[in-house]
Design a protein around this ligand. Structure first.
Ligand code: ADP
Ligand code: MG
Length: 247
């Protein structure tokens, strides 16, 4: 493993129940600072792959190393590793009974042992970054979908993660709020954090990714730079998918 590898996946497979094979022998290495987009048809295991990376799903076989630690080993402290690895979901998952700023303060106080003041300052700073400082005292239900997602991103950042996983962060949003959220993610993509983003938004994937993975048949069917995947795909299913979305 070279020094700047942050995620390494070896022979990862995931089966649900007796015989639903969702991921088949996935092998890949992600470097620090990589911005990876995962694209592909529904049902091909994109979300499952992302969830295996932070052990929200337990893999059936294979190994997953995060910063060198094998999270498939039961002795590895997954809670500690998850602190360095944020996840942003399609459905925001904010705490509805807490104000926006409280949503951002909770985990840093509990897990990073920040003082209340520190957590507040850190939270306000991040709300500024996503353009929502004025909503600090609002409750999630008072926000638009796009604003909720920007708060969810700020909350993830509040834990100072090295890796951020995004699972279709704009799929529940209308075009305008999608744009607001994509702008925030695009800015983040230049910050040196490692990001893995499942998305149906091809222009967005093309614009921000250092590498694109096309998922099909439960595996990374083809991967390459944006240019390689979008302009010059090599394998039949990739070609078919790219042609279908560009026509
Ligand atoms: P994608 O994100 O590419 O649309 P998913 O990873 O969500 O695909 O799902 C891949 C396959 O795994 C689908 O057939 C889905 O129904 C199945 N699946 C996902 N999660 C579960 C689960 N918890 N139990 C059983 N089957 C699941
Ligand atoms: Mg999915």
């Amino acid at each position: 493993m070279t020094d700047n590898t942050i995620i390494k996946v070896e022979h990862l497979s995931k089966t649900f129940g007796e015989d639903l094979v969702v991921l088949k022998d996935i092998n890949t290495e992600i470097k620090k600072g990589d911005v990876i987009s995962i694209i592909g048809p529904s049902g091909t295991g994109k979300s499952t792959f992302l969830r295996c990376l932070n052990k929200l799903e337990t893999s059936t076989s294979g190994k997953i190393y995060i910063n060198g630690a094998d999270i498939t080993n039961k002795k590895t402290d997954i809670l500690k590793i998850r602190q360095k690895m944020g996840m942003v979901f399609q459905s925001f998952n904010l705490f509805s009974h807490l104000m926006v700023i409280e949503n951002l303060m909770l985990a840093p106080m509990k897990l990073l042992k920040m003082s209340k003041q520190e957590a507040y300052d850190n939270g306000m700073e991040l709300l500024k970054t996503v353009g929502l400082a004025s909503k600090a005292l609002a409750f999630p239900e008072e926000l638009s979908g796009g604003q909720k997602q920007r708060v969810a991103i700020a909350r993830t950042l509040a834990m100072k993660p090295e890796i951020i996983l995004f699972d279709e962060p704009t799929s529940a949003l209308d075009p305008i709020t999608t744009q607001e959220v994509q702008t925030v993610i695009e800015t983040l993509s230049k910050s040196g954090r490692t990001m893995v983003i499942v998305t149906h938004s091809m222009d967005f994937a093309r614009k921000i990714s250092s590498r694109v993975m096309f998922f099909a048949q439960g595996t990374i069917y083809e991967e390459g730079t944006s240019r390689q995947i979008f302009e010059n795909p090599q394998k039949p299913l990739t070609k078919k998918f790219i042609h279908s979305i560009s026509s």
